[in-house]
Design a protein around this ligand. Structure first.
Ligand SMILES: Cc1cc2nc3c(=O)[nH]c(=O)nc-3n(C[C@H](O)[C@H](O)[C@H](O)COP(=O)(O)O)c2cc1C
Length: 270
């Protein structure tokens, strides 16, 4: 596959990264959006466009594994301007460093890299934050998108963003060490998903899973152990029937209000 038009590749579970990708594309004009996960089965991806953007959420101070896999096999023209934006909820740590290294191992430099704070969606640990706090993040996102777009339009090379304060460095190191363990078993953490009696087999979870990790068998979802932990299935289940362990039963679901569920779907609901 060859990408010739200016493109933003995005990965998004609950819409934050898609919102950012759409807003950046709106500011730049003429930049198409492409679901990054749709490239996973391509043998070869060549990028020959003038601009390539990569927008994704931070997962435990890492890139989503699917983002890493696609970037490892992508061939990017030496003249392509590459920017990345990581959306995060509290601790982005050195995620852009990781992304830069991944690109470098493939012979490509990251021209600019940015962080945008968005509402948290890590329901394995927390429920959705209040609407007031979400709106604060959305307001800041608008401002940051304008700043970033200005830099991209000028094709400026700039150092990618890391956590802001000096004190963050040792904290980030500890955080990365503890999360490395989680990442070892990442894909099979879906073993803890289950559905309660509210599940009617509607298939929304299957249609929204960006990793194509869910099948509906005997009218119930089955997770295939290739999970990206994006939380889309649990957050968008219309009956709140999906749970992960026992702690999610009472947690408030999060869905980015600026993105329509149909924009996130990968398939029609069956
Ligand atoms: C499994 C998981 C792990 C996460 N880890 C981090 C993290 O290490 N640091 C952070 O700041 N946010 C973390 N988050 C929050 C997301 O990065 C953030 O909410 C992001 O904007 C979600 O983007 P999306 O709506 O496009 O999926 C995590 C979320 C999930 C689901």
């Amino acid at each position: 596959m060859v990408i010739e038009k200016d493109t933003i590749l995005y990965f998004s579970g609950t819409g934050n990264s898609l919102q950012v990708a759409k807003d950046i594309s709106g500011e730049l004009g003429g930049v198409q959006l492409c679901k990054l996960a749709s490239l996973i089965d391509e043998n070869k991806v060549e990028v020959k466009s003038k601009i390539l953007g990569i927008v994704f959420p931070v997962y435990y101070a890492w890139l989503p594994l699917v983002v890493e896999s696609v970037l490892k096999k992508i061939e990017i023209d030496k003249d392509t301007y590459v920017f990345a934006i990581a959306t995060f909820a509290g601790s982005p740590a050195e995620v852009l460093n990781k992304l830069s290294n991944t690109l470098q191992s493939n012979g490509k430099t990251l021209n600019s890299g940015f962080l945008i704070r968005m509402p948290g969606n890590n329901i394995y640990y927390f429920g959705a934050m209040s609407l007031k706090r979400q709106n604060k993040d959305f307001k800041r996102e608008k401002e940051k998108v304008r700043e970033i777009s200005y830099i991209i339009k000028l094709r400026k090379n700039c150092k990618y963003e890391l956590s802001k304060l000096l004190i963050d460095i040792p904290i980030d190191r500890i955080f990365i060490k503890s999360t490395n363990k989680i990442m070892e078993n990442f894909h099979i953490r879906d073993k803890k998903f289950w559905v309660n009696e509210n599940c009617n087999g509607c298939g929304v979870c299957k249609s929204i899973c960006p990793a194509n990790n869910i099948e509906i068998i005997e009218n119930k979802p089955k997770w295939k152990h290739n999970c990206e932990q994006c939380t889309a299935c649990i957050q968008y289940c219309p009956n709140e029937a999906i749970q992960w362990g026992i702690k999610t039963v009472k947690r408030k679901r999060y869905r980015n209000p600026n993105v329509n569920i149909n924009e996130l779907k990968t398939k029609e609901t069956s």
